[in-house]
Design a protein around this ligand. Sequence first.
Ligand SMILES: NC(=O)c1ccc[n+]([C@@H]2O[C@H](COP(=O)([O-])OP(=O)(O)OC[C@H]3O[C@@H](n4cnc5c(N)ncnc54)[C@H](O)[C@@H]3O)[C@@H](O)[C@H]2O)c1
Length: 269
Amino acid sequence: MKTEVSDRAFDGRVAVVTGAGSGMGRVEALALAAKGATVWVADISAESGSAVAREIEAAGGSARFVELDVTDPAAWARFVDEVEQRDGRLDGLVNNAGVSHRFGILDTTDEDWRRVMDVNLSSVFYGMRALAPLMARAGGGSIVNVSSISGLLGYFAAGYAASKWGVRGLSKTAALEFADLGIRVNSIHPGLVETPLLNSGSSAFVEESLRGVPAGRVADPNEIADTVLFLLSDSSTYITGTEIVVDGGLTSGGIYHRILSDLRERGDA
Ligand SMILES: NC(=O)c1ccc[n+]([C@@H]2O[C@H](COP(=O)([O-])OP(=O)(O)OC[C@H]3O[C@@H](n4cnc5c(N)ncnc54)[C@H](O)[C@@H]3O)[C@@H](O)[C@H]2O)c1
């Protein structure tokens, strides 16, 4: 089995990354371009998105910036036409754009609920519905939807968790529906990743959470990008409808990591 994505694995291929103006999306766009892809850097922020497109071009890659609000289905329809006219094909889609919202059910307003569901979940539906036909016309492709560990377990943030569970389920439905079109669909579930989104909340939250991460640290965005590139590449041609967890062991054994280290600190282990 080929597991390593070779240096020019994406030569001649076209990929879209949403939310590519910052954090993980930026790193994924840079990594795809470095391996030969033409990358559509899609973001609601023209300033940060166009800066990433320039960064890719300065490094010798090929990038196109598009100002896209992923919550707007009409904008997605216009975007498909643009990709078709300029490139005539699409091979990869990373639905990465997302917002954080760390509030429970009782503290979530109707407006916040709708915003989080729109940006984190409806966007994935709009994106796949808009772009899958173009991908199919090019002979198929691969879609990676960015969920979270909060889409795997009980989580304290109501709208965020519901949206990320939704991304996981929607990805499985899409994998089933798009298999005949030659399109694979998978979700990825990062744990704590060093990005502006992670740092938008309290640092105490991150420090305390790390006590439950067996790897003992947050992830570098490149460690998530490696997984995204693997799923977009020909190294994963039989992988569809599944989830890949990239969390340093948090969801598999984080609770015992924390219990054992507490016991050790107290001299009880
Ligand atoms: N950072 C983490 O620890 C972590 C963990 C698990 C999952 N995630 C998920 O990973 C994804 C990327 O997160 P990040 O940490 O890189 O975030 P980030 O805040 O650094 O970047 C998010 C990007 O999405 C863009 N965006 C927001 N709303 C948009 C919209 N309506 N239309 C288009 N673009 C929009 C922003 O402008 C920004 O460039 C998100 O889906 C997030 O939920 C993050």
